[in-house]
Design a protein around this ligand. Structure first.
Ligand SMILES: C[S@@+](CC[C@H](N)C(=O)[O-])C[C@H]1O[C@@H](n2cnc3c(N)ncnc32)[C@H](O)[C@@H]1O
Length: 348
């Protein structure tokens, strides 16, 4: 079965939606590159409050995403042809509410224990600014289809309300309540030959599973932006002593899709003490090694991967997440990587 946004095979750009949004300001990043043109509002249609840019890692990741979405739909606008038709989708698998959560941004993330119990890690939004789902809905040229996956019932209800805010797009918005890993696999098992999509995986912590990443790569049709929980998750579960509780090991296995990470991340060193006795100690890998390992895992399954992911840091400059980019389609790989690398240059 094809993904359910399959239609006549030709893209239709909704002029009605463009006019509903009114004038859209151009937005420039601190470096002076055009990131996007979008209307930035606090919650409440027409409130017209400016979205604040710069400074935080949440703004950074959303700047990069929004910049990519606009470049992507622009680059592929005239690409579907009669011979090679395809339709464009945006899939947000940890969609949230459509609004940005300022408190999570400032907190620096959940404690290690709650990474294993995601509900404990999720806080209620305090300040409501545009989140990824709304940014995608505001992208021009528009996507043909928007799929928002979210586990939380209340947040799904908020996502449904976006249909009223974007009436010109409402028929093309689907909300899937469920676990992202399951939903992604369902979607990716469909026939993708006449579809292309951008997928955004923006978990709080360790929720993404390798089987979902592999399924995304298998479509050969999806460009993936993924937050890898380097400092906020993986590095914290990798204890200094190398003794890792079984539940933490299981979570690492699920995320990395293998059990061989232990030997990559821990080196055993034997030294001889003053009395000639041998002492064994383990040396834990640096964050650089851990990040490099994951990026290499992506390279095993995707056509192309950004060599240097972005690094999202907290206010004390500690890395929280890597912002990774991978492209599934061999044919579109070079252009996609060029755009992604350009955007990531600001975040390295
Ligand atoms: C960091 S927030 C997403 C923020 C969103 N991308 C934005 O920019 O507004 C992560 C979201 O993932 C949801 N979530 C957590 N675990 C999930 C899972 N296994 N499947 C689907 N959604 C999940 C949470 O309820 C939360 O809304």
């Amino acid at each position: 079965m094809s993904p359910n946004w399959i239609g006549s095979g030709c893209r239709v750009v909704s002029v009605a939606w463009l006019s509903e949004q009114g004038p859209v300001p151009m937005v420039w990043s601190r470096s002076g590159t055009l990131v996007q043109s979008r209307q930035m509002t606090k919650k409440g249609r027409g409130s017209g409050k400016a979205h604040r840019f710069g400074g935080s890692w949440t703004s950074t990741k959303l700047d990069v995403l929004a910049g990519y979405l606009e470049s992507y739909t622009t680059a592929l606008k005239d690409k579907p042809t009669v011979d090679r038709p395809f339709r464009l989708g945006y899939i947000d698998a940890f969609a949230g509410t459509g609004y940005r959560d300022a408190r999570v941004e400032s907190s620096g993330g959940p404690p290690a224990q709650s990474l294993l119990f995601p509900d404990l890690a999720e806080e209620e939004p305090q300040e409501l600014l545009d989140g990824s789902a709304r940014l995608a809905l505001k992208t021009e040229p528009r996507f043909d289809r928007y799929i928002f996956i979210e586990q939380n019932t209340k947040r799904c209800a908020e996502l449904k309300a976006l249909k009223d805010e974007f009436p010109g797009l409402s028929n093309d918005i689907s909300i899937h309540q469920g676990d992202a890993n399951e939903e992604i696999q369902d979607l990716c098992n469909k026939v993708w030959s006449s579809h292309r999509a951008v997928m955004f995986l923006d978990p709080y912590g360790m929720q993404v599973e390798w089987r979902a990443i592999e399924a995304i790569a298998t479509t050969k049709a999806i460009d993936l932006w993924l937050l890898f929980p380097l400092g906020i998750g993986v590095n914290r579960l990798l204890t200094r002593s190398g003794d890792i509780p079984e539940s933490w090991r299981t979570r690492l296995n699920l995320l990395l899709g293998t059990e061989d990470w232990y030997d990559e991340f821990y080196e055993k060193q034997t030294t001889t003490d003053l009395f000639g006795d041998e002492q064994e100690r383990v040396i834990k890998a640096t964050m650089e090694t851990i990040g490099g390992y994951f990026n290499n895992r992506l390279k095993e399954v995707f056509a192309g991967v950004a060599e240097e992911p972005g690094v999202l840091r907290n206010s004390t400059n500690n890395p929280l997440y890597l912002l990774c980019f991978a492209v599934g389609n061999e044919r579109g790989k070079d252009v996609a990587l060029r755009i992604a690398n350009h955007l990531l240059n600001e975040v390295r």
